[in-house]
Design a protein around this ligand. Structure first.
Ligand SMILES: [Zn+2]
Length: 307
């Protein structure tokens, strides 16, 4: 069985930072957002977090060899077609249901099998006890339940919806592309609805038998050591001394995170500060819209000022 910790939640909730911190624990190997690896890396040859183009990175080259006899044997368009057919947020009720049609189930299993083969090879190449996939998408977590030989556990990362909404309005470039593309932006109303959908989906995942542990972004920044020790217990590893954490700074080493937030390229000391810019920078009208749309879950997760 390959143990995989899947980081779930809406983007801009601190999943990349959490993945980087987990990657410093002994026996843990962060893979990045595997959901984007097929198109951006296997087909697009974007950059791995080590700085190399994907095709030049020794780690991923070995994983590709072991998993598929080389990445050229991966039918990226088949993987993307399967993803389109089964891994959509609106498909989650069907993925969670016991009455899935046999034909649809075959597609889900075929899709999940691509991930299972990649994880299995990554576990062998890295020698790690636990792999971290920070793909975030709830529908993918539901699909991975159908992967063979997988010990799937999910960390559900939640951040105040107003902070998430503000972050989605900002311009961020993607350094892994050679032509400096920008990351997607959403209006606050749109990100509030996505925030609800993703969080509801992760809150219900445990009913399908997948172990889920909730992590609040604000608590992670408040006391990263406590959150990492809690997650270590959740994934059955010994966290060690956490020597890379000191005085509000994390000392991050290099990794081979394959796709995701630009923060995956950062090596060296990283200040662990809560980003609360939204409290002053998110205009009042937008803030009220987001608060109103997300009030029930904000309250359930213990956030104040939801109304
Ligand atoms: Zn690499």
């Amino acid at each position: 069985m390959v143990r995989v910790l899947f980081l779930g939640g809406l983007g801009r909730s601190g999943t990349t930072l959490l993945e980087r911190l987990l990657g410093e624990l002994p026996g843990v190997c962060p893979l990045g957002e595997v959901v984007h690896l097929w198109e951006r890396d296997v087909a697009g040859d974007e950059r791995c977090a080590c700085g190399e183009h994907f095709s030049e990175c020794g780690f991923w080259r070995e994983v590709g060899e072991k998993a598929f006899g080389g990445w050229h044997h991966v039918d990226v368009w088949r993987v993307l077609a399967l993803r389109h057919a089964v891994e959509r947020t609106r498909h989650i009720p069907r993925l969670a249901s016991v009455r899935m049609s046999p034909a649809h189930r075959l597609l889900v299993e075929e899709y999940a099998d691509w991930y299972a083969r990649l994880y299995e090879a990554a576990a062998v190449v890295s020698g790690a006890e636990v792999l971290v996939d920070s793909s975030k998408h709830a529908a993918l977590a539901y699909c991975l339940r159908f992967a063979p030989g997988l010990d799937l556990r999910v960390a559900h990362v939640v951040r105040d919806s107003r902070g998430v909404a503000y972050s989605w309005t900002k311009k961020v470039t993607r350094p892994e592309t050679d032509n400096a593309e920008e990351m997607t932006r959403y209006s606050p109303g749109r990100s509030a609805l996505l925030w609800n959908a993703h969080n509801v989906a992760f809150s219900a995942l445990h009913k399908c038998g997948v172990p889920v542990r909730r992590v609040r972004y604000e608590e992670l920044l408040e006391d990263p050591g406590a959150v990492l020790r809690d997650l270590s217990e959740f994934i059955d590893i010994a966290p060690g001394e956490l020597g890379f954490l000191r005085d509000g700074v994390a000392e991050l080493g290099p990794c081979h995170s394959a796709a995701g937030n630009p923060m995956r390229f950062t090596v060296g000391p990283v200040p662990l500060r809560r980003d609360d810019a939204w409290r002053t920078a998110l205009p009042g009208g937008q803030r009220r819209v987001v608060s109103a749309l997300t009030a029930p879950l904000l309250g359930a997760y213990g956030y104040r000022g939801a109304r």
